[in-house]
Design a protein around this ligand. Structure first.
Ligand SMILES: Cc1cc2nc3c(=O)[nH]c(=O)nc-3n(C[C@H](O)[C@H](O)[C@H](O)COP(=O)(O)O)c2cc1C
Length: 342
């Protein structure tokens, strides 16, 4: 681990973007092991933390020695966000607090939180200030370039959160109205970087480690977050580190892929945040819940390899770790026997 400041871009600066339903402890651990420079939890409701909701605290479960990691939270009231940040800091496990100002999900936006904060920049700045006063951890903001092209206010937002004392701004280069598709405006992200003295990271559409490093260099940003490209592919960070150091990265081997699927599953089995799912899953409990959560990752782990469509067909019938590993083994034996790609 380098001693370069976390957000400054001086060291390797390609990290894991927060993704609800994905970036649990298991995915973050694998990403950090493969070289991600930082990670963030799934988004948590600040009010849940102030109300001592067990479920919310479970989403903040981290691995021993999991660093650097942010508690990523949404909310609307500065005082509630500040108290939530204080409680997250008190857990002694987080390296920074990140404010969600980009989530377009209706349930969150309807409360005035997530992406809705882009429409109320003074409130977002007040939240940054309140958290800064409440905790000693760095405070960062993850946002978009605006709610819509007509209301693009990322310049004003960046100036306001810098003034309020944010340590870094992570910008997903899409408008909230476009959710997760459509063009990513890296030019705009790069121009914000030129204007601000606070570190600015870009995010959106990096699908390989090489691409992430190229985006960082081309647009001069301090770092890049990778989201979907890391699902079922923690090696994207190994590739990025190699690219940053000017080396070729070792491709992941099939044995490594199998071992990673197994490690991923075994970590999921122990996650407290899956307890509700355990109850729904019934008799097979933790293991079945873990298999359910792994499904979208698994399709990416084996995607494109011969026989992966068969894995997709079997997905809903898998109940145990052995079921999953058997399916992975069949794909691996297809590769070894020289079967063509699907
Ligand atoms: C399933 C899913 C869940 C996401 N959840 C969050 C979230 O909770 N908070 C957030 O700031 N962004 C969230 N995002 C957005 C990602 O962090 C990222 O900005 C976006 O996926 C673009 O990056 P990518 O092209 O590398 O995936 C989510 C994205 C996806 C696909």
């Amino acid at each position: 681990m380098s001693n370069a400041p976390l957000f400054s871009g001086e060291g390797f600066s390609i990290g894991l973007a927060p993704m609800a339903g994905f970036t649990d402890r298991a995915m973050r651990t694998l990403s950090l092991e493969q070289g991600a420079c930082l990670a963030m939890t799934e988004v948590v409701n600040a009010a849940g933390l102030t109300h001592d909701s067990k479920r919310t605290f479970h989403l903040l479960e981290t691995a021993k020695d999991e660093h650097p990691v942010a508690a990523h939270m949404y909310g609307i009231e500065p005082a509630v966000m500040a108290e939530a940040a204080r409680r997250a800091e008190a857990l002694g496990r987080f390296d920074f607090i990140d404010i969600n100002s980009g989530c377009p999900v209706r349930k969150i936006v309807a409360k005035g939180a997530g992406a809705a904060l882009m429409g109320d920049v003074p409130r977002l700045a007040a939240i940054v200030r309140a958290i800064r006063e409440a905790v000693s951890l760095p405070v960062t903001v993850k946002t978009r370039i605006g709610l819509t092209p007509e209301t693009c206010n990322i310049r004003e937002l960046a100036a306001a959160v810098e003034d309020a004392g944010a340590s870094c701004l992570f910008i997903h280069g899409r408008f909230a109205c476009n959710k997760h598709s459509g063009p990513v405006d890296w030019e705009l992200i790069g121009s914000i970087k030129q204007e601000r003295s606070m570190p600015i990271w870009g995010n959106g559409s990096a699908r390989t480690g090489v691409e992430a490093v190229q985006l960082q260099k081309t647009y001069g940003v301090d770092g890049v977050l990778i989201g979907r490209g890391a699902i079922g592919n923690p090696w994207i960070f190994r590739e990025a580190r190699a690219a940053w150091e000017g080396r070729e990265s070792a491709p992941r081997s099939l044995d490594e892929m199998r071992a990673t699927v197994e490690a991923h599953l075994r970590d999921l089995v122990g996650l407290k945040s899956l307890e509700r799912k355990y109850r729904r899953a019934g008799a097979l409990a933790a293991e079945t819940a873990a298999v359910m959560v792994l499904r979208p990752h698994l399709l990416k782990y084996v995607g494109g390899l011969p026989g992966w469509r068969e894995v997709r067909r079997q997905l809903n019938d898998m109940r145990t770790i052995d079921d999953v590993l058997l399916a992975v083994d069949s794909v691996i034996s297809n590769v070894k026997s020289g079967a063509g790609r699907d």
